[in-house]
Design a protein around this ligand. Structure first.
Ligand code: CA
Ligand code: CA
Length: 587
């Protein structure tokens, strides 16, 4: 009798998941469900806003560490993950394509997965990973050798492992995958190697490709294993064969707006950086040299991968102003459904949610040099003499005129996500005030080699600060308050209904600001620079906040004079979880 009972239990265990399955409906409701964090962006609109107010302005001073978790090993480097929380388990990704499942009550490791990376991977901008996705009984993440891996969420066992693209040609993957209606949807990285940006949708259960959509005109998409349609019109905005290695890496992944049933992906710089090699006409020839759809935002039909709309932030881009930054869906104070996005190029854009059409744009950093503004059609008003010069018109043909450009190529804002607060109606934008000397050089494409045709060095614009967290009113563009940091900000932002705005600094401070005044209400020193993304959730009636600490990312590798300025910062790799003890919760 006893033996029989044990057998039955074993059979149950082998067929029943330890933790509940994650459904499409749970993903759809993620922003409102406070006991979990199931999507990158804390909800599909990417607002990074929690309706929790247990923790608030009055009691945040009582927020204390609950546990910390070390990523261990010698593999430190930048830690940019956004944790996922589901059914008592936290899932994080780490540098060098690692993933961990952690008990959220104790901080104890449940399992760890280390991807075996081949020699010769070509990540441009540190060995980071920005987070996982969860669906059904699987968790998903991308690896530096441009693969997407599905792991069983309870055991960490590999369910499937698929190739996104050839790492030897410069492809890699660092963004959090996106799950929509049973599809796992990914972009790609490698815009500095002359790759071609693409979006791929796979069946989440099997990993089989459903559709692909290259984002550079002239390339063919696929649907169910067959060619579907060409992206754009061949040679409409690209000269000769330049489109074949045209860049447009979709390296920050995308989002899904359920209200309009549209995937939204951003695309990186056209390749190479030297814009004179991509000019199909003169600056006055309409859009013949725009290099679509690089440096753009794209609206895509999730059922077949067709492009529904596009908005190009920087036509014939020539400063590495990747157009990948996150597009946040929100409703403005007049009830209009909008998108907002803060571009590398220094402008904060509002777009119409239905069709991606331009609504307005304002600068969110000072000293923009490449354009004097954005016209009523959403097209930049270029200052042509501030475009880096054409090497072909220099005396020896080897180096074009050097110009000072602001923002620098790492952008007025880079990948680090902003937050939108339903509490104040404002955006909280992590930005940097810096510029660069930049010049162009001749270049030809070679597989797996850097494909820039440019040289550059980044410089601070101000003596006392580079980093600038700004509270911006999206209706007027007015900056309500600003926090300045001497180092470049590289971490994500989160807002809460408790009136708090959280972010971290390169010196390791994890800070809670007052969302209306910008007053610093609480901070905690995490021991290494913060370039990760905070989250909050509720467990057993208490509110928790988590952020990862671990300095790195693109700044130490590419930051020129700025990198020297911040070379004192220590590396790390520690996940910190904070809790407001029950007795301090004021209701
Ligand atoms: Ca949730
Ligand atoms: Ca780029």
């Amino acid at each position: 009798m006893k033996r029989f009972a044990i057998a039955v239990t074993a059979a149950l265990l082998s067929t029943t998941a330890l933790h509940a399955e994650v459904t499409e409906e749970m993903l759809l409701n993620d922003a409102a469900s406070t006991q979990d964090v199931l999507t990158n962006g804390m909800g599909r609109h990417l607002q990074r806003y929690s309706p929790l107010d247990t923790l608030n302005k009055e009691n945040v001073e009582n927020l204390v560490p609950a546990w910390a978790f070390s990523l261990g090993g010698e593999k430190q480097r930048g830690q940019e993950t956004q944790p996922i929380v589901h059914d008592g388990v936290m899932y994080i990704t780490g540098s060098y394509s690692r993933m961990y499942a952690i008990d959220i009550k104790t901080g104890k490791e449940i399992w760890q997965y280390d991807a075996r990376l081949p020699e010769g991977i070509l990540p441009c901008c540190d060995v980071v990973n920005r987070g996982a996705a969860i669906y059904g009984d699987n968790v998903y993440f991308g690896t530096l050798d441009a693969r997407i891996v599905a792991l069983n969420k309870d055991t960490g066992d590999v369910v499937w492992n698929k190739k996104i693209a050839d790492y030897k040609a410069g492809y890699s993957y660092t963004a959090a995958p996106l799950i929509v209606k049973g599809l796992v949807i990914t972009g790609n990285s490698g815009g500095e190697f002359g790759i071609v940006g693409e979006i791929q949708a796979r069946d989440a259960e099997s990993g089989d490709l459903v559709w692909t959509r290259p984002v550079i005109e002239g390339h063919m998409g696929t649907l169910n294993g067959e060619e579907s349609t060409m992206t754009g019109t061949l040679n409409a905005t690209w000269p000769g064969d330049m489109w074949k290695t045209g860049g447009g890496a979709t390296w920050l992944g995308g989002s899904y707006d359920a209200d309009t049933d549209t995937l939204v992906f951003g695309t990186g710089n056209p390749a190479p950086w030297n814009s004179h090699l991509r000019n199909a006409g003169t600056p006055t020839d309409g859009n013949s040299g725009d290099n679509l759809y690089a440096a753009s935002r794209l609206g895509i039909d999730p059922s077949n991968g067709e492009i529904k709309w596009h908005y190009q932030t920087t036509p014939r881009e020539g400063w590495d102003y990747d157009g990948v930054n996150e597009v946040v869906a929100y409703t403005d104070r007049d009830g209009n459904d909008r998108f907002a996005t803060a571009d590398r190029n220094g402008f904060f854009y509002v777009l119409n949610r239905e069709d991606g059409k331009f609504v307005s744009a304002v600068p969110f950093v000072k000293d923009i040099s490449w354009a004097s503004g954005i016209d009523e059609n959403g097209r930049p008003i270029f200052i042509e003499e501030n475009r880096p010069g054409d090497p072909a018109s220099s005396a020896d043909g080897k180096k074009g005129d050097v110009v000072f450009s602001s923002p620098g190529f790492l952008g007025g804002k880079n990948w680090m996500p902003m937050a939108f607060s339903a509490n104040t109606g404002n955006f909280y934008v992590p930005s940097n005030e810096w510029g660069m000397d930049i010049w162009n050089e001749p270049i030809t494409y070679k597989k797996g080699a850097a494909y820039l045709g440019s040289g550059f060095t980044i410089k601070p614009n101000y003596e006392d600060h580079i980093g600038s967290l700004k509270a911006i009113d999206p209706d007027t563009g007015e900056v309500k308050w600003e926090y300045k940091d001497e180092a470049p900000l590289w971490g994500g932002v989160m807002a809460t209904a408790g009136g708090l705005v959280f972010t971290g600094t390169p010196s390791g401070e994890f800070i809670a600001f007052d969302d209306e005044t910008g007053d610093k209400l609480w901070s905690f020193q995490t021991g290494s620079g913060i370039v990760g993304q905070p989250i909050t959730w509720e467990q057993d009636g208490e509110q928790y906040v988590t952020v990862i600490s671990g300095w790195g990312g693109a700044v130490p590798l590419w930051g020129g004079e700025v990198a020297k300025k911040v070379s004192y910062l220590n590396q790390g790799g520690m996940l910190w979880t904070f809790r407001l003890p029950r007795q301090y919760a004021s209701k």
